[in-house]
Design a protein around this ligand. Structure first.
Ligand code: LHQ
Length: 261
């Protein structure tokens, strides 16, 4: 599939998805939701891809739903259906993708754009990045998975505060609150992303994917269920090439050469 609203590139086992509607700070219209979902599917199917980066072109990460588009469709528009057929597929695709996703947050991430950043596994932010749960500014509740994702990352009290105030969370505060993993000077963002993704893309991809599955599942499990599920997934990890290679490399005192399987 060729894309018009995003860029999709692969190099060195890393797929990079760039949201590319900079005039609206990368607001999501239907086409961009569909293309971004498709790009994550492509990254999932491509065995050569072992890590995915999502970022925005221009000065924003994403301003969320394209509100001009919503206004143009008023009367003929069910937000519930729009969410179910659009954002839900995208967010589920990201959370189920068993490869690490890094959001390189280059600027503002608002509304559903914030939801997409939160659905990544790791967030690396430029010092110009910010997060705004803009939903309440237009009389809506958080959506696109934000109600599920954000309290898990920063806890209910902080998440609820951000939702009802729609205050801008600056990059530094986002670091303090644990919304982002690192903040770097804006002009060093993509080189820092590359320094992160290099080792991730040559690491134990199968184990990284199973870890993501185990941690997400554990939110809804009792301790006993989580322990059982860990043991089950660990059996899978222990049958991998990377486990044999990791152990051999340790014993032979040499760097491991993981294949991600
Ligand atoms: C935009 C947008 C935008 C279109 C900036 N749309 N053009 C789900 C399902 C269905 C319906 C509704 O919603 C949802 C989920 C959601 O995402 S709800 C939340 C939607 N997003 C927002 O409410 C955020 C709206 N944008 C803003 O508040 C500001 O633009 C922020 C704070 C993101 C950035 O502010 P500034 O840096 O001052 O930039 P700006 O406001 O000047 O925007 C630059 C341009 O981008 C401007 O166009 P122009 O032609 O004047 O240069 C904006 O109109 C356009 N733009 N966001 N969401």
């Amino acid at each position: 599939m060729s894309y018009e609203t995003i860029l999709y590139e692969t190099a060195d086992n890393v797929a990079t998805i760039t949201l590319n509607r900079p005039d609206s700070l990368n607001a999501f219209n239907d086409q961009m939701i569909g293309e971004t979902t498709d790009a994550f599917k492509q990254a999932s199917r491509d065995k050569a891809v072992r890590c995915v980066v999502i970022t925005g072109s221009g000065r924003g990460f994403s301003s969320g739903q394209d509100l001009a588009d919503v206004q143009a469709r008023e009367g003929d528009f069910s937000i519930g259906d729009h969410l179910r057929h659009g954002y839900h597929r995208l967010i589920k695709q990201m959370v189920r993708l068993e490869k690490p996703i890094v959001a390189a947050v280059n600027g503002v991430a608002a509304g559903a754009g914030c939801g997409v950043a939160l659905a990544a596994d790791l967030r690396l932010a430029s010092d110009k990045a910010s997060f705004i749960l803009a939903f309440s500014r237009v009389g809506l509740i958080p959506d696109s998975g934000t109600n599920w994702l954000l309290p898990r990352i920063i806890g209910y009290g902080r998440a609820y505060e951000l939702a009802i105030t729609a205050d801008r969370l600056t990059a530094d505060k986002a670091l303090e609150w644990g919304v982002v993993n690192r903040v770097v000077p804006h002009d060093q963002l993509m080189e820092t992303v590359a320094a992160w993704t290099g080792p991730l893309a040559t690491g134990a991809t199968l184990a990284y994917g199973l870890t993501k599955r185990a941690m997400h599942r554990a939110f809804d499990q009792s301790l006993a269920e989580a322990l059982d599920y860990e043991a089950y997934l660990q059996e899978t990890a222990a049958r991998s090439h990377d486990f044999s290679e990791g152990v051999a490399a340790f014993v032979e005192k040499r760097p491991a050469e993981f294949r991600g399987k």
